[in-house]
Write a protein that binds this ligand. Structure first.
Ligand code: AFP
Length: 297
């Protein structure tokens, strides 16, 4: 079944927005051939940008601008929320146009992550989100979406169409883990948690691209974490662009998320660049993380 057909069962606006991401994903995927080099500039967070980043951001922003449904876009590559004056619709979009972009250089999988809020306010808790999706550009280019009616994956075929790969994905308990941050910078609680996982036989899988690492956890179960570090208590990943959409997808697939104390989806963003420690994955591994981070273990 093709993505367009599958989306007939969800809200018309959401269907339109996800189809639009799929259409632009084809363009971005081909762009890896022509835009894969450093632009030599930094984004607002001081990170070096590939030309590809800026380009993907522009392609997606223009598509949202043109479609008429989107009122606001918060992109990881833009310093401020973009208001679309001519919009007729009320949708708010959060966008990480190319997550894991530093992995492009070594040909590892990277992703596009999108969150969708019907009420237009992107500075809301993730639990208010209406839909989320990500595209993973790997050996296969796939798109995973949820509109609160299950989590589904589609794969791009040779004609550039997305066709159903797996419907109603359920995250198993599983036994893989990936943790960001250097070992020496981990808190004692996090270190104990990781040791426990290893004792239980969890295997390390970490590529440096959240979309790719999360995708493994979605299929195989376990946990992805970018924890609080001794010098960086909020970790690295951004609530709006990375943590919320993936935590939303995890929840819809039967998994969970936490910052160590509360669900990622229950955190109200205080600023565009709000960062949080994140544990996202299977329910059991997330419960265990909360026990360790809460000092109960
Ligand atoms: P880039 O988009 O700058 O490559 O950062 C990727 C990322 O935000 C996320 O996708 C990874 O999980 C995480 O950072 C990797 O960070 P480390 O390089 O510190 O492991």
């Amino acid at each position: 079944m093709r993505l367009e057909e599958h989306l007939k069962s969800v809200d018309k606006d959401i269907a339109c927005l996800i189809n639009l991401v799929a259409e632009k994903a084809k363009v971005i995927q081909w762009g890896f051939l022509s835009h894969n080099f450093y632009a030599g500039t930094e984004n607002i967070y001081g990170e070096e940008q590939l030309e590809m980043d800026k380009w993907a951001d522009r392609i997606l922003f223009e598509a949202f601008e043109e479609c008429g449904l989107v009122k606001t876009v918060a992109s990881e590559e833009q310093a401020e929320i973009q208001e679309i004056v001519k919009a007729k619709g009320t949708w708010g979009i959060t966008l990480d146009p190319l997550d894991g972009v530093s992995c492009v250089e070594t040909n590892l999988a990277v992703g596009t992550i999108v969150g969708m809020f019907n009420e237009g306010n992107v500075m809301e808790k993730g639990e208010k989100m209406d839909a989320a999706c990500y595209v993973l550009y790997g050996p296969l280019t796939t798109l995973v979406y949820t509109a609160k009616k299950g989590v589904h994956e589609f794969v791009m075929n040779k004609d550039g169409d997305f066709v159903l790969r797996k419907e109603n994905i359920k995250m198993p308990e599983g036994n893989i883990y990936g943790s960001g941050g250097l070992n020496k910078d981990w808190t004692p609680e996090h270190e104990k948690y990781i040791k426990d996982l290893e004792k239980q036989g969890y295997k390390l899988r970490y590529s440096g691209s959240f979309a790719a690492d999360f995708h493994q956890v979605l299929y195989k179960g376990g946990v992805f974490t970018y924890p609080a570090l001794k010098e960086k208590p909020n970790g690295k990943l951004r609530l709006l662009f990375e943590c919320n959409p993936m935590s939303f997808i995890a929840k819809e697939a039967g998994g969970d998320s936490t910052n160590g104390e509360q669900s990622i989806l229950s955190i109200k963003p205080e600023k565009l660049d709000h960062r949080v420690p994140i544990y996202v994955g299977s329910k059991g591994a997330i419960k265990l993380a909360e026990e360790y981070m809460g000092g109960k273990k």
